[in-house]
Write a protein that binds this ligand. Structure first.
Ligand code: FAD
Length: 803
């Protein structure tokens, strides 16, 4: 084996082979894949090979489309067949809710250019005669679905990579990884060592173990998965190959396999495999069958597709494959480690492997994944993903693979895990909590314990009137919101200002002031939005999205000078409460000695204060669009602060409010939020953040690209719409129509209780951003008239928060 390579890819499953191919395609030829046995010796070899384009995250869906289109290319280069069968597929709905869900999926697919179609039961039965119509309410047809040969695909990638210059070494086990001071790696194997500039962990079933070699615990777990193949069926003789079908109610997928049918299931009582350590001697092995466990699904399957019942079972496959807690891959560099990359947790290798390889290779070669891959970025997880947390969440995800996730549905596994000191106090006020990074945070407050439950729905839920009351309290008197679920960073040192000025697009505020700022990558795209609070000349308290903490830290580390500034994430050290509404100042003024008048403490001021006996940072800032203050205290003071605000607040009409009301109010103000309006596919001008980009500064990351965007105007615009919706509001990812054509997509939506109207934020082409009429937004399959607003729906001038 050679002793040096620019990149060592560990793992010759479909994912490692795809990464290898994409690296050569991107121009890196000095690349080596090390596989401990033969290629496909993990989960790849026994996969059912099914592939499809539909995914809950539209950006992941795009990469799935790419993967499927790639097979022709690697077949052509390698001469190796991928065994592609594009049969088309149908997703069968047994209930009205499922049909609504399919309509939403179809609508999402529309702006991605996917050709999905909602069809009647009769039409479905024509396409897929094996189904018993009585069990279904409708279906969605997708022409681009089918299956491939897992062996063929992996070898086609591998051969294409070799033709492109890559090396592949088999029967060699990577046993350890040792970092050198310059960021390169010694890859230790049982057949000698390789010195590599970069290492990619594509270890599949063993990715956890490879992660442990460098001291990280990746949040992945393998689950046992079973499918069976029936005996030959006379019903299939002389017919065109059957479609792929998903029967959600039976939690079953089926497709033709030669003369019989292949039927697999994601059963409710899924069983994890190798919960702590994956054995190295597991190879092209199968696990013992357990038909008993999947019997309930089989029973439904045989009822829904009666011909299968009589066909007999020819073969059963039970094999393990890995999942991350949300079921999407883990891709990207690991913060704190130089030149160490992961491409693992890929549960749908034949739909996603190509996209994963493309994104990772671009990231390694160009420094940027080239697409919005937040949905599969390994940095979306932080240190709350312990082994047991991952275990609980992966089991939940597996069991819900074919379940509907309602927009207001909070999942129960691994909860409550992280709580703030006032958790029980909020619970006593009938808070309905949501889970955010494993942290409980109040979504809304019910009038009684009995009513403290969200009834899941695609339409306005039972929470609607209570959220309305919370918004009204903020509008008319004062509301109290827990804001602990934000990311916070303590930035200190003599070079704080210089460094932040280089990292952020806006200027660093003066001491005692706050500035909002986008953070851009070199391509001038949005990779963050922050509130910079200047505590002292050499100290800034930075507030941003908590879910992106690891993502931000990775970026900060990459751009950290050798000395003069240090960044420390402190999200859980500083918890917070916010008071908002016209009476918020009068309330807070009774508790602090500082003058809170606009003259003395104007909008966007920030200061250390004592609130009663509680020391904290107070910022005059507002995400509700009303007069408001955010108070950050260390966790030991939060209960005292809460009690004080609640007790004093009584005479000011204080009411508690939660995340749902906040979301509705920020949409009324056209305020965007991370992973919705702000993502790495948008520039600051497109997102309406131009006033926070300071071109008077000589230099900051993304400056020249942002200047180009400013000159060119950008392709898209974020627009606020008032929607003539009836009983369901937009939530995000709905298509925006104009004059009968899909022209854009919704990023967020809600009912605006202070303006008494349904609202949506979304992107449309810049050329259409000034169109006055002709817009529609499709919500659960129905198009509703949408009126473009020229400013925020609530308090357009911003007087309420400033005065
Ligand atoms: C029963 C079943 C049905 C499935 N059906 C489908 C389907 O229909 N469609 C679909 O898209 N997906 C399906 N999958 C999932 C699919 O198999 C996975 O998404 C895919 O195999 C993941 O590939 P991978 O390369 O990440 O991992 P793996 O296939 O596990 O590959 C990892 C490789 O790394 C090697 N390796 C690990 N550690 C080391 C080391 N230290 N040194 C050297 N080599 C190492 C291993 O030997 C192995 O070959 C199914 C899986 C199962 C089990």
């Amino acid at each position: 084996m050679r002793s040096h390579a620019k990149v060592v890819v560990i793992g010759g499953g479909v994912v490692g082979a795809s990464v290898l191919y994409h690296l050569t395609k991107a121009g890196w030829k000095d690349v080596l894949l090390i596989e401990r046995a033969e290629l496909t010796s993990g989960s790849t070899w026994h996969a059912a090979g099914g592939m499809h384009t539909v995914n809950g995250d539209p950006n992941v869906a795009k990469l799935q489309q790419y993967t499927i289109e790639l097979y022709k290319e690697i077949e052509r280069i390698s001469g190796q067949s991928c065994g592609v069968h594009i049969t088309g597929g149908i997703m069968l709905a047994g209930t009205r809710e499922r049909l609504d869900w399919l309509k939403m999926a179809k609508a999402r697919g529309r702006y991605l250019g996917m050709d999905l179609e909602i069809i009647s039961v009769d039409e479905a039965a024509k396409l897929f005669p094996l189904m018993d119509k009585r069990h279904f309410a409708g279906a969605m047809y997708d022409p681009i679905e089918g299956h491939v040969d897992p062996y063929g695909v992996t070898h086609a990638y591998a051969k294409s990579a070799q033709i492109g210059g890559a090396d592949i070494v088999r029967h060699t086990l990577v046993t350890d990884l040792k970092a050198r001071a310059d960021g390169s790696w010694d890859v230790i194997t049982d057949h000698g060592n390789v010195h590599a500039e970069h290492v990619v962990n594509a270890g599949g079933l063993w990715a956890r173990e490879v992660g442990r070699m460098v001291g990280i615990e990746l949040p992945i777990l393998a689950m046992e998965h079973q499918y069976l193949i029936t005996g030959d069926m006379p019903e299939l003789v002389g017919k065109k190959e059957q479609l792929h079908a998903i029967d959600f109610e039976g939690e079953i997928y089926i497709r033709q396999e030669r003369g019989g049918m292949l039927m697999g299931t994601y059963e409710r009582a899924g069983v994890p495999w190798s919960e702590v350590t994956t054995p190295w001697d597991f190879g092209q092995d199968l696990l013992p069958n357990d038909l008993e466990r999947i019997a309930p699904s089989l029973e439904v399957g045989f009822a829904h597709f009666p011909a299968l019942a009589g066909a007999g079972i020819k073969k059963v496959v039970n094999g393990p494959f890995t999942f991350a807690p949300d079921g999407n891959p883990l891709v990207g560099p690991i913060g704190g480690l130089k030149n160490f990359w992961v491409a693992c947790g890929v549960m749908a290798g034949f739909s996603q492997g190509g996209g994963v390889g493309l994104a990772l290779s671009r990231w390694m070669v160009d420094g940027d994944p080239g697409a919005d891959i937040w949905g599969m970025d390994v940095a979306r997880y932080g240190d709350w993903t312990t082994l047991a947390y991952t275990n609980a969440k992966v089991r939940e995800n597996y069991s819900r693979r074919f379940s509907i996730r309602f927009p207001n549905e909070e999942l129960p596994a691994a909860r409550p895990l992280r709580t703030t000191p006032i958790y029980e106090k909020l619970q006593a006020e009938h808070a309905v909590f949501g889970d955010y990074c494993g942290l409980e945070h109040p979504l809304w407050f019910a009038p009684s314990a009995r009513e403290a439950e969200d009834l899941i729905s695609f339409r306005r839920s039972n929470a609607h009137p209570h959220v309305a009351a919370e918004c009204k309290a903020v509008q008319n008197s004062v509301g109290l919101l827990e804001i602990s679920n934000y990311g916070k960073f303590d930035v200190r040192g003599p070079r704080t200002e210089d460094w932040l000025s280089h990292m952020m697009a806006n200027r660093v505020p003066a001491v005692g002031r706050i500035a909002l700022t986008p953070m851009l990558n070199e391509r001038g795209k949005l990779i963050g939005d922050f509130t910079m609070c200047r505590v002292a000349a050499d100290h800034v308290f930075l507030v941003g999205t908590y879910a992106a903490e690891t993502y931000y830290m990775r970026w900060f580390e990459r751009h950290m000078p050798a000395s003069g500034v240090a960044v420390r994430p402190c999200a859980m050290e500083y918890v917070g409460l916010s008071v908002a509404g016209p009476h918020s100042r009068a309330l807070l003024q009774t508790l602090v000695r500082d003058d809170l008048s606009t003259a003395a403490f104007p909008f966007m001021s920030f200061r250390r204060m004592e609130i009663g006996m509680v020391p904290g940072y107070v910022g005059r800032v507002s995400f509700t669009g009303d007069l408001g203050f955010e108070i950050w205290v260390t966790a030991d003071y939060q209960r005292a602060l809460y009690d004080l605000l609640v007790k004093t607040g009584r005479e000011y009409g204080l009411e508690l409010f939660g995340g749902r009301a906040l979301n509705a109010m920020r949409i009324e103000k056209s305020f965007g939020s991370w992973a919705r309006e702000y993502r790495p596919i948008y520039g600051p001008f497109e997102a309406g953040l131009d006033r926070f980009v300071d071109f008077k500064k000589d230099e900051f990351i993304g400056r020249s690209a942002a200047a180009e965007e400013k000159d060119g105007g950008g392709a898209l615009r974020l627009v606020t719409f008032k929607v003539d919706a009836t009983d369901a509001d937009a939530i995000g990812d709905e298509p925006i129509w104009h004059d009968g054509k899909t022209v854009g997509w919704v990023t967020s939506g809600a009912f605006g209780h202070r303006v008494n109207h349904s609202l949506a934020l979304g992107y449309v082409p810049a050329a259409l951003a000034k169109a006055d009429a002709g817009f529609e937004i499709e919500i659960i399959g129905e198009r509703h008239k949408a009126h473009r607003l020229t400013g925020a729906a609530f308090d357009t001038s911003g007087k309420r928060m400033r005065d």
